[in-house]
Every structure is written in C-alpha cells, then in structure tokens.
Design a protein around this ligand. Structure first.
Ligand code: MG
Length: 264
C-alpha cells in the first residue's frame, strides 16, 4: 500500500479508456464525473484514448459533450492519430488503400496521406463498420501482390449495448486466413501508442497512468515500461480472466469510484 501511494504520488496524467471504464455504451457511470473532478482537485490531469478506429475525434467530443463532459480537442486521443503520425514519419508520401469508415478515410485525407484504390503502396485495415466483400477482396489482392499491410487497432471485438461486434483484429484475421500475411497493429498495446501518449502529454513514463478495463490492450500497453497500469473491473475483465492472464496490472480497482477515493 505504501508502495502504491508512493507510485500514485508521481502520477500527473491519467490516460483513460472509454467503454467499460468511463461509460457502458451510451450510459455514463454515475461516478465518472466525481472521479474527473477528483483528478483535477488533486492537481493532476486526464485525457482519453480509444482504440475504436470506426469513429473520429469529433464524434467522441460530441458523445462526451452529450454526457456533460467538455474537453479540449487535444485531450481526445485515438488509434487513428497513432498510425497517421507513424505513416507521415516512416512512410512519407506513400499512398494507402484504406479499409475503413468514411470518417477514417477523412482522417487520412486531412493528414495529407494520399488514398489510392488502384495502385497503392500500402494497405491499411481499420475497424470498418461499412466493410464490403469488394473491399476485402481488393485488400487481399494488394497484399498478395506484396503491399505491406498495417492494422489501426488489434481489438477482436467491440462492445455494444447487446454484446459484441467484430472489430479490426477480426477483419485482419480474415485477411490473414486468405493471404497468409499478418499485419502490424497500432493503437493499444502497440509501443507506438505508448510513445504517442508520452509525446502528446509531455509526461515522463513514471508520471503517466493508463486506466482501462481490458487486459490485452489497456493494460498491456504499459508492459515493460515505467508507466503505471490500472485495471478497472467495471468492463470486460472478470476475476477469472484476471487470474489466468499473463498480463498483470500494477493496480486493480473495482471502478473509477474506488480510484477517486485513492486520490483523495
Ligand atoms: Mg474498454
């Protein structure tokens, strides 16, 4: 406990996951606002990070605003931003065939990355809720002809009101079954994402805490670093999953309500 208090005393910024952490679907948890004000009152800050590449920053700012949470643009981080910055730095000028929603395609265009449906340099797989068989076969043909493929986020499923829908990781699994090629993923838990979080927040690793409900993304992103990982049990992780997992958080709390108490 003393170790934990000592560790928390260094934290300046909480990077919060969204679904299962601050809300469930359309319902904000009753304690989320108290947690956010407790963070501010303790002299710390918070921002949000979501792996969901089917929506863009504007959509999330709007959703949060409807729930009564007003934040500045720079506090809303997405997997989309991680891959866009990486492409601009490491694959400058290369064109992409993007399997994604109109908002993901718009993010690429706004970042100045050329889109090409005929002769792209790279193939990008996103969480495409507008996926068609045509897009899949096109992507697979480009990959078979040697184009490198990257995935925006590795999540297999996305939680919705009544269960789950297949996410980017599942689309990539289908593409792999057809082509034999696996893609490198961005978003959480990619080390590119950890670097992105540190860059965007200006924090040193020991000043950052990532908070989320999913072990293989939210918690794994901090693995092997000085960043503190905090698991909330208000989402998809059950006590059984936690016991069996090789990925272990630095701290487990019931929910943000309990974390707020630790800050006061
Ligand atoms: Mg979550």
């Amino acid at each position: 406990m003393e170790q934990l208090t000592e560790r928390l005393s260094h934290i300046k910024m909480f990077v919060l996951d969204m679904d299962g952490t601050i809300y469930l679907g359309e319902h904000l948890f009753p304690f989320t606002k108290r947690f956010l004000s407790q963070v501010m009152r303790s002299g710390r800050e918070y921002c949000f990070f979501t792996n969901n590449s089917s929506k863009n920053r504007e959509a999330y700012l709007k959703k949060l605003s409807h729930m009564g949470i007003e934040i500045s643009e720079d506090k809303m981080l997405l997997s989309n931003g991680v891959i866009l910055e990486w492409l601009k730095e490491n694959r400058p000028g290369e064109s992409c065939y993007v399997v994604g929603t109109p908002s993901l395609l718009a993010d690429f265009q706004n970042a100045g990355i050329p889109l090409d449906e005929e002769n792209p340099d790279l193939v990008i797989l996103g969480f495409d809720t507008t996926l068609t068989y045509e897009k899949l076969s096109k992507a697979c043909a480009f990959i078979r002809s040697g184009r490198p493929v990257f995935g925006v986020n590795p999540d297999l499923n996305c939680p919705v009101e009544n269960g789950f829908i297949p996410d980017c990781g599942s689309i990539a699994a289908l593409v792999k079954a057809s082509t034999g090629v696996s893609c490198e993923f961005f978003g959480k838990p990619s080390p590119h994402t950890l670097q992105y979080m540190l860059r965007k927040t200006g924090c040193h690793p020991e000043e950052l805490a990532v908070v989320g409900d999913r072990l293989y993304t939210d918690i794994a992103v901090a693995d092997g670093s000085q960043v503190t990982s905090i698991l909330v049990m208000s989402g998809e992780t059950t006590p059984e999953l936690l016991t069996q997992s090789a990925i272990q958080p630095d701290l487990v709390v019931r929910d943000l309500d309990e974390l707020a108490n630790l800050l006061s």
